[in-house]
Ligand binder design. Structure first.
Ligand SMILES: [Cu+2]
Length: 355
C-alpha cells in the first residue's frame, strides 16, 4: 500500500512541479479576488434583500406629535461644496479666494433661507395649545423684543470697516451707527413712557414683537454700498476731470531729462504720475504735490537712499483732495528714490537722480 502511494505521488510530481516563488507572487491577486467576491456577494445580498422582506414599502419616518423634523435638503451638500471652494481659494489665493468665499456665503444664505422657510412652516402648523406667558413678577418690567441690538452690531461693523477703509466708508459707518443708536433711544423712550403709564393705570401692555425692519436694512445696505463704491473710485467715474492737465515746468517724466528744481507730482488711484525726477546736485528743489485720491487716502513724498530704507527727507502726509508744496534741501550727487511712506509700492516709488 505504501509503495503504491509513493509511486502515485511520484507520477503526479512529474506532471505538476509547483513553482513556489510564482505561487507566492500570486497571493495578492488571490486576496484581491477574494475581496471582489466578498463585495459582489454583499452587494447582491443588499440588492435582493429588498423591502418585500420587511414591509410592503419603505415607510417615511413620522416624527412624534409636537416634534418637528427638517425635511430632506441639499443645503449640507451645497455648504460642503462652498467650504471646498473656499479651501481651494485658500490654496490658490487671489481671485479664487474671493470666488470661494462668495460661493460659501451663497450656500450658507441658501441654507439659512431654507431654515427660515422651515421655521415659518413649522410655526404655521402649530397645533399645540397657546402658551400664555404669565409675564414678569409685579413691579418688574422686561423690555420687549427688538432688532436694535442686531442693527447696532451691523452699524459697529460698518464703522470698523470705515476705520480700515477710511473716507466715505467711515462716514457711512458713523451714519449707520448713529441712526441705529438714535432709533434705539427712541424705542427706549417709548418703552419708558409705557412703563410709567403702567404705574398709574396698573396695566402694562405687552410690547408687540417688531416686524423685520426691511426699509431700514435696505437703507443701510444702499448707504454702505454707495460709500464703498465712492471710496474705491467706481463712482463717479474717473478720468473725466480736467484737473490733471496742468502739468507745467520741467516735465517729471521720460527719464534723464534736463535737471529742474520745481516739479509737479500728482497722486491718483494710489499711484504717482512720475517715475523719474532729475535735479542738480546741492541745489534745493520743490515738488508741487497734488493728492487727487479721495479724502482719507493719504500720501507723502519722502526721499530715501537707493537702498529704499534709509530716509533722507521725511515729509508730512497729505490728505486726499489736498495739494501742497514740498521743499527739499540740496543733495549730493547720486541715485535716490522718492517714495510714499504710506504706500511703499512700485506705483508710488520713483527714482531721483541728482547730478
Ligand atoms: Cu501713498
Amino acid at each position: 500500500m505504501e509503495g503504491l502511494w509513493q509511486s502515485i505521488l511520484e507520477l503526479i510530481s512529474r506532471l505538476v512541479i509547483p513553482d513556489w516563488g510564482e505561487l507566492i507572487g500570486l497571493l495578492p491577486l488571490g486576496l484581491a479576488g477574494l475581496v471582489v467576491l466578498w463585495f459582489t456577494w454583499t452587494i447582491r445580498r443588499f440588492a435582493t434583500a429588498g423591502p418585500t422582506r420587511r414591509a410592503p414599502a419603505r415607510l417615511t419616518p413620522i416624527a412624534p406629535p409636537g416634534i418637528h423634523m427638517p425635511g430632506p435638503s441639499y443645503a449640507p451638500i451645497l455648504a460642503a461644496v462652498g467650504s471646498a471652494a473656499l479651501l481651494w481659494g485658500l490654496v490658490v489665493g487671489g481671485n479664487a479666494l474671493l470666488v470661494g468665499a462668495t460661493i460659501l456665503v451663497f450656500t450658507l444664505l441658501y441654507w439659512g433661507r431654507e431654515a427660515i422657510r422651515d421655521y415659518d412652516h413649522a410655526t404655521h402648523t402649530e397645533t399645540l395649545p397657546a402658551v400664555v406667558h404669565p409675564g414678569p413678577p409685579p413691579g418688574v418690567h422686561m423690555p420687549g423684543p427688538s432688532f436694535r441690538p442686531l442693527l447696532g452690531a451691523i452699524g459697529a461693523t460698518a464703522l470698523m470697516a470705515g476705520l480700515v477703509a477710511g473716507g466715505w466708508v467711515l462716514a457711512a459707518g458713523a451714519i449707520i451707527l448713529v441712526v441705529t443708536l438714535i432709533g434705539w433711544l427712541v424705542d427706549a423712550r417709548e418703552e419708558y413712557g409705557k412703563t410709567e403709564k403702567a404705574d398709574r393705570t396698573g396695566h402694562l401692555e405687552n410690547i408687540p414683537a417688531p416686524g423685520w425692519p426691511r426699509r431700514l436694512l435696505q437703507g443701510i445696505a444702499v448707504v454702505f454700498v454707495l460709500a464703498v463704491l465712492v471710496q474705491t473710485g467706481v463712482i463717479p467715474p474717473r478720468g473725466t476731470d480736467t484737473t490733471g492737465g496742468v502739468e507745467s515746468s520741467p516735465a517729471p517724466s521720460g527719464g534723464g531729462g534736463a535737471p529742474g528744481t520745481a516739479f509737479t507730482v500728482v497722486a491718483k488711484d494710489i499711484a504717482f504720475d512720475a517715475s523719474t525726477l532729475v535735479v542738480p546736485a546741492n541745489t534745493p528743489f520743490t515738488i508741487q504735490f497734488e493728492n487727487q485720491d479721495p479724502s482719507g487716502v493719504v500720501h507723502d513724498i519722502d526721499i530715501r537712499a537707493a537702498d529704499g530704507t534709509t530716509v533722507v527727507k521725511d515729509q508730512e502726509i497729505v490728505n486726499g483732495g489736498v495739494s501742497t508744496t514740498y521743499s527739499y534741501d540740496g543733495l549730493p550727487a547720486g541715485e535716490y528714490i522718492f517714495i510714499c511712506s504710506i504706500h511703499p509700492i512700485p506705483q508710488m516709488t520713483g527714482t531721483l537722480t541728482v547730478k
